[in-house]
Design a protein around this ligand. Structure first.
Ligand SMILES: Cc1ncc(COP(=O)(O)O)c(C=O)c1O
Length: 462
């Protein structure tokens, strides 16, 4: 057992040392993988080190290396080693953080971590929450709660901007909101929800007999990093008696920095907030979180107590996290957050998050000064969207879309960095999301230079 664990640790440490010198992406087509892996389970086992080596050689490297310092696509993730070890320990101790009886240590630790989040968000003492698999599961729990608080109306409707993550729409669908009652509100030039349009929509819907149960706001929209006007939304939702849910899965942890706190002002007035510690808080997957202003609202929809769990009722002050969301059996997710914060201290987390904010601002400055690149959505939190669009050359938008598709393909195959695309304002755009504690300005600058280089090449052939 020790040898196997030591070999696994050695593989991971070597990978981490070599990561920056590799490509940020590797993958394979289906057929060769089927050939290699599609086998019946063996009747008898084989040497564990042989199994481990096969996983390390044939399976694990075939992935987007989300923790590569030049991994800027989608929303990357860069876990710290104490967090990784915490997941190993939690699995080895086989903790099921379902309730106090079964896991009092892990349950108290979850209370600790949830209380840290509460304080960082500026939430009152009444607030609480739970750790979830991710932002999608947390959003689902949030909308179940919003629906319950609204009295489970038949003709419920929810509202979100056209920039909202698909997780919001999916959550609405799963809680039974009819597709036509999941309403998309237009966003402004800064990709923030148009509160006037929202208000008109709610008015028309009420008149038509719908019952608005929730507004889902963005605190860091995935495509552009846009933050909706949270204070204005909080005023609107308070006056209308509608649950305000904030999707801060990507952007929420910026609140630990002074700059982030300013950008996210008003988040503390939300009824519920989703955070993903596996995004901008440097944890291994899965580390989502749902926070609600009044923790008692969570147990109403979720606490169902069958006889076979009657022994698990320890008494007041001993929360059963399985009563707060859709999972009963749950891994001890708080351990990774706690171990990495204890190891590095909050100053290091603040620096790492501030680095993402700063690199994005510098990226925008670089783009604004580039003769080849043009900014399509200025840095918001740590996301910036841009494309090849040389100043003074009047190239049609459709042609620019195609040119930038080719630039992205060249980046993908010929540059070690991984970036992805977005469509701000309906136009094909390259996009950087900078959330890695190992990313330096040089990583960002050289990636932008690669985009310029490929852009010039593609333009020559145009
Ligand atoms: C803003 C936002 N919300 C929700 C999600 C979904 O979270 P998860 O993938 O953890 O389920 C994401 C994922 O990228 C996101 O960026």
């Amino acid at each position: 057992m020790v040898d196997l664990a030591a070999r696994a640790a050695e593989v991971l440490v070597r990978r981490s040392e070599e990561l920056g010198g590799t490509e940020a992406w590797d993958g394979e087509f289906r057929a060769p993988l089927v050939e290699k892996l599609m086998q019946d389970p063996p009747e008898g086992g084989r040497a564990p080190d042989e199994v481990l080596e096969q996983a390390v050689a044939d399976i694990l490297p075939l992935a987007l290396r989300l923790d590569h310092p030049r991994s800027f696509g989608f929303v990357p993730s860069s876990p710290t080693w104490p967090g990784v070890i915490a997941d190993f320990l939690a699995a080895g101790y086989n903790i099921n953080a379902c309730n106090w009886l079964v896991a009092s240590g892990a349950s108290q630790l979850e209370c600790v971590v949830i209380d840290w989040f509460r304080q960082w968000l500026g939430y009152p003492d009444t607030a609480g929450g739970l750790l979830t698999s991710g932002g999608s599961a947390a959003s689902l729990d949030a909308l179940v709660t919003a629906r319950e608080v609204a009295g489970n109306p038949e003709n419920a409707s929810v509202y979100m901007s056209d920039q909202s993550h698909s997780a919001q729409r999916r959550a609405a669908k799963i809680v039974g909101i009819r597709p036509e009652n999941s309403r998309l509100v237009s966003s402004d030039d800064s990709f923030r929800i148009d509160v006037g349009a929202l208000a008109s929509m709610v008015k028309v819907d009420r008149a038509a007999g719908l019952q608005p149960i929730a507004v889902c706001a963005n605190a860091g929209a995935t495509a552009t990093g846009a933050v909706d006007p949270l204070e204005e939304l909080a005023d609107f939702c308070a006056s209308e008696g509608i649950w305000l849910h904030v999707d801060a899965a990507y952007g929420g942890f910026a609140v630990v920095t002074e700059q982030g706190k300013r950008i996210l002002r008003g988040i503390e007035r939300a009824d519920s907030i989703v955070l993903d510690a596996h995004k901008w808080f440097f944890q291994p997957y899965e580390a989502g979180c749902l926070m609600v202003r009044d923790v008692s609202t969570l147990e109403k929809p979720f606490a169902i107590r069958p006889d076979f769990l009657q022994d698990a009722l320890w008494g007041s002050g001993h929360p059963n996290f399985g009563d707060r969301g859709l999972q009963l059996s749950r891994s001890a997710r708080a351990l990774k957050i706690w171990m990495s914060v204890q190891t590095f201290g909050m100053a290091a987390f603040r620096r790492a998050i501030a680095n993402g904010l700063e690199c994005a601002a510098r990226a925008q400055e670089y783009i604004d000064n580039s003769p080849v690149l043009k900014c399509l959505s200025p840095a918001s939190l740590s996301v910036v969207c841009f494309r090849v669009d040389p100043a003074g050359q009047d190239i049609a938008d459709d042609d620019l879309d195609e040119i930038n598709r080719q630039v992205l393909a060249r980046m993908f195959w010929e540059d070690p960095a991984f970036i992805s695309s977005a469509m701000p304002g309906g136009r094909f755009s390259l996009r950087l999301c900078i959330v890695n504690h190992n990313t330096t300005w040089d990583d960002v600058r050289e990636t932008l230079q690669a985009a310029e280089r490929f852009g010039k090449d593609v333009l020559l052939q145009h």
